[in-house]
Design a protein around this ligand. Structure first.
Ligand SMILES: [Zn+2]
Ligand SMILES: [Zn+2]
Length: 389
């Protein structure tokens, strides 16, 4: 196993790649230049099995170890940026106005390339490594991770385990955090239309006022979490959209409500879908109105498997030592589409400290390049841990 010093030699070169990617961000499923950059780099490392155009702009490349036959494990990086106007003031700020790498996916791509360069040169493992560069982690369903799984990458490349990593501002550089079981939440969204009967605002008695009914529904939804869910289970139901009339003197025919549902437990998604409708319908019908309801299932919870979590912890420990690995972190409720790969194969997702930078998705965020050798080292040690030669 290597210590992080081994990967400092790569840091300068990988920093250049990271900053190039940061300057040239691309939105979901439009990562054409990024994919071209990745494929060219992989080829320059002497990797000859590279498949492009998976899920539009995704790439899978295979490196065979020199340690004999063995399984194939997948290492995944995401390549997409966000529709945000950058305010980091770095010399390598986005040259694509309104698009920026605010979630560190430039760092993820650069680190997996760095690991690929090292692994292609050393090959001290058995079996094979499948490098998965996926598009479109950020958007609504269907995301890039979902599409790559749908396009059959697990079977096509014989992948038996998958591993993912995400940068984590707020955790010190050189530290890792992970937990067994659910580590990130799901994301579902919903739309409710309250259908009443509009009219003049001076004569509400001749209407079925959907504004008042919508207000009751919004309050009613608060009780699904506070009064109907086990207090130790994580569930968030947030109403975020509300659209009624555009005039002071009009009671509209209908009010549109929208919101999001986040949870760590797959069963609570079914609960939310059923109970949001039941609550809204019960309230609306009580006042002589009705509702239309749409529940949009998006990203499932990211759930780590025990055996692969232990292997990830071992890999991180071998790189940075016990005091720098938190193996019992509290799960985060944000969503991550690596979950689709974990639904397809066992694996684990880990957080890599990025120091005290702005939070991800903030216009001032910039991946701290000091974290690069730790991310590269984690990938390499993971391969040599899971596939010992
Ligand atoms: Zn993100
Ligand atoms: Zn991200």
């Amino acid at each position: 196993m290597q210590t992080v010093e081994t990967f400092r030699d790569l840091q300068g070169e990988v920093t250049e790649w990271r900053r190039y990617l940061h300057e040239n961000p691309e939105l979901d499923f439009q990562e054409h230049n990024t994919a071209k950059f990745v494929a060219e780099k992989l080829a320059s490392f002497g990797i000859n099995h590279i498949e492009t155009g998976i899920a539009e702009t995704g790439i899978v490349a295979l490196i065979q170890g020199e340690g004999g036959d063995g399984p194939t494990i997948g290492l995944r990086a995401d390549m997409d940026a966000l529709p945000i106007v950058e305010a980091s003031n770095k010399p390598w700020s986005s040259r694509n106005p309104g698009v920026m790498h605010a979630c560190g996916h430039d760092g993820h791509t650069a680190m997996l390339l760095g690991a690929a360069k090292y692994l292609a040169a050393t090959r001290k493992f058995k079996g094979s490594v499948a490098l998965i560069f996926q598009p479109a982690e950020e958007p609504e369903f269907p995301t890039g991770g979902y599409k790559m799984v749908q396009e059959g990458i697990m079977d096509r490349f014989g992948i038996s385990q998958v591993y993912g990593m995400h940068t984590a501002p707020g955790i010190e550089i050189g530290k890792f955090a992970i937990c067994d079981g659910p580590i990130m939440g799901s994301q579902d969204d919903f739309d409710l239309v309250v259908k009443g009967k509009g009219g003049h605002a001076c004569a509400p008695h001749r209407t079925v006022d959907p504004v008042v009914i919508a207000a009751q529904i919004i309050l009613g939804l608060q009780t699904l979490v506070s009064r109907q869910t086990d207090p130790t289970a994580a569930l968030v139901i947030s109403v975020t959209k509300l659209k009624a009339a555009q005039a002071y003197n009009v009671i509209p025919d209908q009010v549109e409500i929208g919101g999001t549902v986040r949870t760590l437990a797959p069963a609570l998604r079914d609960f939310a879908e059923k109970e949001i409708l039941a609550c809204a319908q019960g309230i609306a019908r009580g006042f002589g109105a009705d509702v239309e309801f749409r529940y949009l299932r998006s990203v499932p919870p990211t759930v780590n498997n025990t055996e692969e979590t232990n292997l990830s912890v071992q890999a991180a420990l071998s790189l940075v030592g016990a005091e720098s690995v938190d193996d019992k972190m509290r799960p985060r409720i944000g969503a991550e589409d690596f979950s689709y790969m974990l639904e397809a194969r066992p694996g684990a997702f880990i957080f890599l400290g990025n120091g005290q930078t702005a939070s991800v998705h903030h216009p001032a965020f910039d991946f701290d390049d000091e974290a690069l050798p730790y991310g590269i080292g984690y990938w390499v040690n993971l391969v040599e841990t899971v596939l010992p030669a």
